[in-house]
Write a new protein. Structure first.
Length: 376
């Protein structure tokens, strides 16, 4: 197993995505913490000089803009306030990143995305190509959710999951989440002083999920340990490691490289680019529940046939992403449906030769093809 210290070396993690939360970037008065950010930039310059390429996922625009506009509740009292705060704060935040990186001889590039940009396959590929070119030119991309136009229906909701999706698009080796806590504990350490740090996670089991405690401790951001574990799932499914480390010190990346202190969610097997994208999708249109025989067939690498389907829920069109569930409700796989939900319901439990008679046309023999499916 590659340790955190070994993994952080450029030989192992050639590209990393570093996500920084609002409470680390902006103080409680809504001012940029320039002195601390400068130490992060020094760390990034050091990684860059060692041959590593870094993408920054930067929170803080809403918190920063809310102060400048004197908005209540940190700009989060309503969607319109958050959008206005983001529009103002993003300019100042991007300028500061560009200024500090330039002082170290690095060029910054701003990229703003919405959920749709990474859920839509063609736009995802466009974002991937842009990141690839920027990194090839030695540029440091600074990424944030485009909060000035995002609504509840088309937003990530937290930058932890955004960082994991950007890592997929950039073919990164790892995601490093700088946090107001130094990793995953067996229980919330603020409530239970005897909780212990979990340094390595090889698989995200129900026991690991049970350790998480939702909510942002600072009240400034939108994430929490639950969102970080969700981000780890997305990253790991694409063969990408994810580390949670403390940002409550100067030079946090250097400290992690030297000590390895934090929690590392180790990646599983790597997958093809299309399946990475599919595994990380956050917009799921429906669910297909399968019997034990179908579940076994899927695990063996087969397509999902209508004969093994027990139930279909949700409203979806052909080509939409659906989750495939076991009888007990566990998510087994994710794939692109070969049928819209109306037709899918009609052929539940049917054998391939019965489909044409039921639907009145020659149709596809599978509900979800194995080439458009990823096991979770």
């Amino acid at each position: 197993m590659v340790t955190a210290i070994d993994g952080f070396d450029a030989a192992h993690w050639k590209r990393i995505v570093v996500k920084i939360g609002s409470s680390l970037l902006v103080d409680k008065d809504g001012r940029i913490r320039e002195d601390w950010i400068s130490t992060v930039v020094e760390d990034i310059a050091e990684r860059h000089a060692a041959g590593q390429r870094v993408i920054i996922v930067s929170s803080g625009a809403i918190a920063l803009g809310a102060r400048r506009l004197a908005l209540a509740k940190g700009g989060r009292s309503c969607v319109e306030d958050a959008q206005a705060a983001a529009a103002v704060g993003q300019i100042a935040l991007s300028h500061k990143w560009a200024e500090l990186l330039a002082a170290k001889g690095l060029t910054a590039a701003q990229i703003l995305v919405t959920l749709d940009d990474l859920e839509h396959r063609r736009r995802y590929l466009n974002a991937s190509a842009t990141l690839e070119r920027l990194l090839g030119l030695g540029v440091v991309p600074v990424v944030n959710e485009n909060d000035s136009v995002a609504t509840e229906e088309i937003r990530f909701g937290d930058n932890d999951r955004l960082a994991a999706r950007i890592a997929q698009a950039a073919d990164a080796s790892a995601v490093v989440l700088l946090s107001d806590i130094d990793g995953l504990y067996t229980a919330n350490p603020h409530k239970y002083p005897d909780a212990t740090l979990v340094e390595h996670v090889e698989a995200i089991t129900d026991d690991i999920i049970a350790m998480a405690d939702g909510g942002s401790s600072s009240g400034m951001g939108s994430g929490g340990m639950v969102s970080k574990i969700e981000a780890a799932k997305i990253a790991n499914s694409a063969g990408i490691s994810l580390a949670i480390i403390s940002g409550h010190k100067d030079h946090p990346l250097t400290a992690f490289a030297q000590s390895g202190h934090g929690t590392v969610f180790h990646s599983g097997s790597n997958q093809g680019a299309r399946k990475k994208w599919l595994a990380g999708r956050l917009t799921i249109r429906g669910h297909i529940t399968v019997d034990a025989g179908a579940a076994k067939a899927l695990i063996a690498g087969n397509s999902l046939l209508p004969a093994g389907v027990r139930a279909v829920t949700g409203t979806f069109a052909r080509g939409d992403a659906v989750d495939i569930l076991t009888d007990d409700g566990r998510i087994l796989a994710r794939g692109l449906s070969e049928y819209d939900s109306g037709d899918a319901v009609k052929i539940i439990g049917c054998r391939s030769e019965e489909i044409a008679r039921i639907l009145g046309s020659v149709s596809r023999s599978v509900m979800v093809h194995r080439d458009h499916m990823v096991m979770l």
